[in-house]
Design a protein around this ligand. Sequence first.
Ligand code: HEC
Length: 439
Amino acid sequence: MIHSMRVCLLTLFVLSASAADVTFTRDVYPILRANCSGCHQAGEIGPMPLTTYAEARPWAAAIRQAVATRTMPPWHADAASSHRIANARALTEAEVRTMTSWADTGAKQGPVKKVKAPEVAQAEGWRLGKPDLIVRVNGFKIPASGTVEYTFLVTPVELKEDMWIEAAEWRIDKRQSLHHMNAFIRPPGSSYIGDAPLNTHYVASKNERGARRPDELETNRRELLVGYEPGYRPIGWGEGRGKLLRKGSDIVFEMHYNTNGRELVDNSELGIYFAKTAPRERVLSITPADSKFVIPPGDGNYRSEAQAQFTSPVKLISMQPHMHLRGKDFRIDATYADGRHETLLNVPRYDFRWQTTYFLRDPLALPAGTTLEVVAHFDNSPNNPANPDPKQTVRWGDQSWEEMNIGFLEVTFPAGANAEVAKLSDTPKPAPGAATSNR
Ligand code: HEC
């Protein structure tokens, strides 16, 4: 008894002695630099900069709270039930202990020495270097208040021949007012928003957006090139991989802004990097979606699902769940031809503010005959604090008080192979009765 108490006291003493030693310069700063200051610096989405002692010191208690409850860094996939994710953001137990000990022991500075500057934010320039081609949003006027309609911009790309895109990077201007932005490739001859004027901001109706020619292949209609969402960082598709930009294609921006009380003009840009040599593998975006759901008022756990059935072998490299304010949880499951079943991505508490793309650490081979299923639940009950109105019946729509269930997937296959690799259970169609209004 006495013996074990002495051991206990000893351990306590050792622990508190090392905790008291924790300093900003030596212990905390490297963790902030690697995990926090990418967002927490001027011009980025974090509400306050955390790049120096003077900046971090007043936030010590808030930092303690944020890391101990694991609300920061923001990350929503459950590691235990998902495949290994390359861009996972999470502190180790030891890192959390360092941060909490620092806050608990007076948030000391430690030796004052010159600390390494934070990693340069993209606001300062292109992370991937000077692009070969820049496509611009062209001065989008964001009003001070009200609803900003989902807006499109079709920009023709003058190419002499088909090109391969090796990487693409967003340079976002009015970050605080941009909810998200997508860049699509529209191949020549596509039916996708065929009536939209070129080089002009344009609000396309639901019908225009849903229109497609009978038997038109989705890959000939449009393909997601790259999306921007909060927390975005440019990540390439990897060595020897690229997206195909056929001669005569357009880049179509889909822009979704929020108002914040001030009139602003957004001049965001998309930088495109062409491959010098033809890649071995083509990267293709595939988007299983359910647009037919009708969520009853008050329903706290409404299930919606969509499938992609692979008819040729591919490798899966990334996944992005997309829902709106009533999004509750999201899963992507694979069922293989041999009957095996596994979960690839599990987001148990979906957060609309974070539209994260999850890149698999190891590309996953999906043999022909594999079905991927995206399973989403919506919470339309009053228990969902984000719910704008639990009394509404909710259907598919662009605005955040309407809903979506989309799994944005990226797969690869040999560059020369037929691009029609999957059948989708459903593609977004105009809502019944939607004539020309986007509302
Ligand atoms: C991907 C971007 C991102 C990363 C990485 C990130 N943060 Fe944040 N952080 C935000 C945003 C955006 C907010 C405000 C919105 C929110 O709370 O979700 C925030 C809020 C916070 C707050 C709350 C501020 C308040 O007003 O109370 C603290 C504290 C914080 N972050 C600390 C950290 C720490 C410490 C790390 C690293 C371990 C970190 N963050 C990593 C984006 C980020």
